[in-house]
Ligand binder design. Structure first.
Ligand SMILES: Nc1ncnc2c1ncn2[C@@H]1O[C@H](COP(=O)(O)OP(=O)(O)O)[C@@H](O)[C@H]1O
Ligand SMILES: O=P(O)(O)OC[C@H]1O[C@](O)(COP(=O)(O)O)[C@@H](O)[C@@H]1O
Ligand SMILES: [Mg+2]
Length: 493
C-alpha cells in the first residue's frame, strides 16, 4: 500500500483560475526563527555573470502542460534552484548520501555531483557516504567523501556506496543521523526508497531536528510517477540495442530464426517499448500493461507463424513483468517477495522460449531456431551515457540548492523539462505505459504486431482513460480529508 497522507500534512496553496501549488516542507514550518545567511554563490565568480541566477520565490511549474482555453490551471510544483538566502553556514553542514534499491546507470554521477556541488557551490566539505543502503545507517561505518575521492567515479557502473533492499528501520536510522550530527541527508532510490525517505522525514520533523531530507529519484524502469524521465533510462535503452541487434543477427542468419530478448521492467514496459521503437528490428514487444495470449486466432503463435512465413525470421522483446498471469505457479517461486516487499516474478523469457519451441516443433511440426538472450543486468550495471550524466548533474545540484535553502521532505524531479521540488508522497505511485495512448499505437504500427485486445478489451481500456484525470481524483481525495498514494502492487510490512 502507498503512503496515507492527511490533508493537514499537505502544503497546498490555491490561486486564481484553479491554480494549486503543492508545496514541499520547509524548516520554518516546524522550526520558526532560524537564522538565514546570504547564498555564497553570489560571490562565486563562475556564477556572477548569470543574469537572475537565483530562482524567484514565486516560481512554480505546472504538472499538466497541455491545457484548453477554459481549463483550470491545475497542480503546480515549486521550481528547483538556488535561493538568495540559505539556512546553513558552510562549516556547519554535515551531509550524508545513501543509495538504495536496484542499480541504475548514473548512481555514481549523482554521488559525485552532490559531493562536488556542495563543495564548489557552497564550500561544504564534510560529506559522509552511507554504505549498503538504508541498513548502512546503523550496521556499517561511514566513508568520508571528498571531491578528490569521487573525481572519477562517474566512469564506473554501480554505486561506490553499495546498495540493498529491505533493512529500513526508521528509529535506528534517525537515531544514527542525530547521533552523528548529520544535518543533510541525500537519499537516492526508487519508489520504495522514497517511501522510506518520507517516514525518515516525518520522524525527523517529529523530533524537531534541523535535518534536511532530500530524495533523488532513481529507477531504471522509468516507472516513477510525475517526473518526465528517470536518469539512467536512456543509457539502459541504448545498451538494450546491443542485445536486440545480436538477436536480430542470429535470427536472420538461420532458417525460421527467432530472436527473443528479455528486458527489465517489473510493472512497466517503458524499457521494452523504447528499445523496440529505437531498434526497428523488433517484430513483437510484450509488456506488463498489455495482456497477450498464445494460442488461437489473434494470438502470439499465429503471428509468429505469419512473420516466419513472410520474412523467414523475427525478433521478440519481452519485458520481465509481461505475461505473469499466464505463467503457472512453479515450485521455484516459493519466495514471493524480495526483502523490500517487491513481488518476485516468474522468468517470462525462459517460459516463453519453451512455449514457442513446444508449439512449433511438437504441435505444429515446423522447424524453428530460437535464440534467447537475457541481458537483464547488463543494461543497468553500466556507467551512464553523456546525456544521463548531464541529467544526473542537474538533479544533484538542484537537490543541494534545495537542502541549503531549508527545504526538506522533498524529491527533486524534472517536470515538463523544468526541475522541481516534489513532496515524497507524489512519487510513490507507479507510472505505466498507457496502452490507449499514441505512443503504444506508434509501437503497434511500427512492429505490426497484433494488439491482443478484443473489441471488449478496447472499450474497457478507453473507459479507464475517460475516467476523471489523476489530478481530479486526487483533488477529490483531498477534499475528503485523506489522500492515499502509491501502488498496491507491493506490500510493506
Ligand atoms: N513503505 C516503505 N517504508 C519504508 N521503507 C521502505 C518502504 N518500501 C521500501 N522501503 C525501503 O526502501 C529501500 C529500497 O526499496 P526497493 O523497493 O527495494 O527499491 P526502489 O527504491 O528502487 O524501489 C529498501 O531498503 C526498503 O526497505
Ligand atoms: O534482482 P534485483 O536486484 O532485485 O533487481 C531486479 C529488479 O530491479 C529493477 O531493475 C528495478 O527495480 P527498482 O527500481 O525497485 O530498483 C526491476 O526492473 C527488476 O525487477
Ligand atoms: Mg521500486
Amino acid at each position: 500500500m502507498g503512503l496515507l497522507v492527511k490533508k493537514s500534512d499537505l502544503k497546498i496553496v490555491e490561486g486564481d483560475m484553479g491554480y494549486i501549488l503543492e508545496d514541499v516542507p520547509h524548516f520554518t514550518d516546524y522550526l520558526p526563527d532560524l537564522p538565514t545567511y546570504p547564498n555564497p554563490l553570489q560571490d562565486n565568480p563562475a556564477y556572477s555573470v548569470v543574469k537572475q541566477y537565483f530562482v524567484d520565490v514565486d516560481d512554480t511549474v505546472p504538472q499538466k502542460i497541455v491545457v484548453q482555453k477554459d481549463s483550470p490551471r491545475g497542480l503546480h510544483f515549486r521550481r528547483a534552484g538556488p535561493r538568495q538566502k540559505v539556512y546553513f553556514e558552510s562549516d556547519d553542514v554535515l551531509a550524508c548520501i545513501v543509495t538504495c534499491g536496484g542499480l541504475c546507470p548514473g548512481l555514481n554521477t549523482v554521488i559525485r555531483e552532490i559531493v562536488c556541488g556542495l563543495s564548489d557551490m557552497y564550500g561544504v566539505n564534510r560529506v559522509l557516504g552511507i554504505e549498503g543502503g538504508y541498513r548502512g545507517f546503523y550496521a556499517r561505518n561511514t566513508i568520508p567523501l571528498t571531491p578528490k575521492f569521487v573525481n572519477d567515479i562517474h566512469k564506473r557502473g554501480g554505486t561506490i556506496l553499495g546498495t540493498s533492499r529491505g533493512g529500513h528501520d526508521t528509529m535506528k536510522i534517525v537515531d544514527n543521523i542525530a547521533d552523528r550530527g548529520i544535518n543533510q541527508v541525500y537519499i537516492i532510490g526508487g519508489d520504495g526508497t522514497q517511501r522510506g525517505a518520507s517516514v525518515i522525514f516525518e520522524e525527523i520533523q517529529r523530533r524537531g531536528l534541523k535535518v534536511a531530507v532530500v530524495g533523488i529519484p532513481k529507477t531504471i524502469d522509468n516507472d516513477i510517477a510525475v517526473i518526465d524521465k528517470s536518469f539512467g533510462f536512456d543509457t539502459a535503452v541504448e545498451e538494450a540495442q546491443r542485445a536486440i541487434n545480436a538477436a536480430h543477427v542470429e535470427a536472420e542468419s538461420i532458417e525460421n530464426g527467432i530472436g527473443l530478448v528479455k528486458l527489465m521492467g517489473r510493472y512497466s514496459g517503458f524499457i521494452a517499448m523504447y528499445a523496440t521503437l529505437a531498434s526497428r528490428d523488433v517484430d513483437c514487444c510484450l509488456i506488463p500493461e498489455s495482456p497477450f495470449y498464445l494460442e488461437g486466432k489473434g494470438g502470439l503463435f499465429e503471428y509468429i507463424e505469419k512473420r516466419l512465413k513472410e520474412n523467414g525470421h523475427m525478433v521478440i522483446v519481452v519485458a520481465e513483468g509481461a505475461g505473469q498471469d499466464l505463467i503457472a505457479e512453479s515450485p521455484q517461486s516459493f519466495h514471493h517477495a524480495d526483502a523490500s516487499g517487491n513481488k518476485l516474478l516468474h522468468d517470462v523469457g525462459l517460459w516463453l522460449s519453451q512455449k514457442i519451441k513446444d508449439h512449433f516443433t511438437r504441435k505444429q511440426k515446423m522447424a524453428i531456431n530460437l535464440k534467447y538472450i537475457d541481458p537483464t543486468y547488463m543494461i543497468r550495471a553500466i556507467p551512464s551515457n553523456a546525456s544521463d550524466n548531464v541529467a544526473c548533474t542537474l538533479l544533484a545540484q538542484c537537490a543541494v540548492h534545495g537542502a541549503m535553502a531549508g527545504y526538506t521532505g522533498f524529491t527533486v524531479g524534472l517536470v515538463n523539462g523544468r526541475h522541481t521540488y516534489i513532496p515524497f508522497h507524489r512519487l510513490t505511485k507507479t507510472n505505466k505505459v498507457v496502452i490507449t495512448d499514441r505512443m503504444w499505437a506508434r509501437l503497434l504500427s511500427s512492429t505490426n504486431q497484433p494488439s491482443f485486445l478484443s473489441a471488449k478489451d478496447i472499450e474497457e481500456a478507453k473507459k479507464v482513460e475517460q475516467q476523471p484525470t489523476q489530478l481530479l481524483d486526487e483533488q477529490k481525495s483531498l477534499d475528503d480529508g485523506c489522500h492515499e498514494v502509491g501502488s498496491d502492487l507491493k506490500t510493506w510490512k
